[in-house]
Design a protein around this ligand. Sequence first.
Ligand SMILES: [Ca+2]
Ligand SMILES: [Ca+2]
Length: 436
Amino acid sequence: MRTKLCMMCSLMPIFCLCVLAGTARRGTGDLEATGPVSGDLFGRSIVVLHDDDHPSQWKVAVSDPFCPLERTPLVGRVWILSGSDDSCLMTVSGSAAGEQLGTSLLGPCDLDGDGKPELVVGSRVPEGTPSTIRGFSYNGEKLYEATLPSGPGRGPSLSLCPGEKGEADRLLVGLPRTLDGGQEAPGALYIYTPGQDLTMVAHGSDAGDQLGIATSFLGRTADSLSMVAIGSCPREDLSGKYADRAGYVLIEVLGSERTPIRLTANAGVGYWFGYSLLALGDVNADGVPDVLVGQPNDSEGSRVAAFSGSDGKQLWVAVSELGSSFGESMTMLSDLDEDGVADVAVGSPGSLNQDSTVTIFSGRTGAQLHQLVGANAPGRASHFGISLAFSQASGRLLVGACSPRGWRGMPGKVFEFDVATWALLRDRSAERLDCK
Ligand SMILES: [Ca+2]
Ligand SMILES: [Ca+2]
């Protein structure tokens, strides 16, 4: 049975607060009142921040959306760390209870068009109030903020729509749970530029579709239009109202009249299909970018499948019988097997250390190239692979591992591997960082 504690908690903070408050916490005094402590979910999201002007000075942003601030629970914090050593450059914290700053991270991007890279941080705030996105400079200065037309229960999915010819980037914002006149809407994809209203560019067909649970910019067409993939995952609704519905993925060309390509699972019912997405580049060399779709559904066999962006045909599939949420996280790597196509890492964060893995696949064929096993990571870590990020400049794969400490007694960690040798170079946890 699939255990999705971290995901459940991102959806149901009140539930989790209650559960965690009732959990014995040895040696932590009266922390029961605040649920998770700082760093419990360190590594829930990770993004590598490159600065084109200083390629050797790469940075890593890591979030703990459950991080409390003194006695205020679930405020959220983002750490910006040096990529080259163990130093902590700065942190940004939320301010309100339940704000969950850092439910999603994106960077580097330049949405305000000033030529300097920034970090975008998504958050969700307490039930009944909207989510937000905020842009920060690498120094932690807040540059812009937008309140999202989001319904209850979930923060935004974020993807970058890169600007062309010196133009500012735009942000793709997936909002799976919007409300329309108080009624649940099918979910939608928006485009955001600082200082302007969000523009809806695609929406789902039926209430509860949760379109926008994942979103990914795939690339540009010959006439420079943006191709995007948008995931729908009705079953992710924990009310169980849509438990019998399969997910789907739309491949849209924004600003065109083209009918979107609709991808569905090629095996099983297709529960959880579209929960995660990854832009693969042009795997089959037909000039059109392709997409990897995650289906972390342990009851049917979790899988990831590559689809052609031109006709929606399945190019390859990798299936896991492990029952450990294979496909919940994915990231692009460099071309490790030197066949001309960049390769991919897929996380199976599972629920326990021993069955958590990160598997490396050939981007062209789906052949397995390597596997990292959570049980081999030093110290105690759970949900190894819940988040993944890759530094192109340094060839490092970052693997997040976190679960609320009140649940299993393990702080969140971020492991760093060299993809040339698969040597573990570093593991970071919030409690070992020296930053205020
Ligand atoms: Ca292609
Ligand atoms: Ca390759």
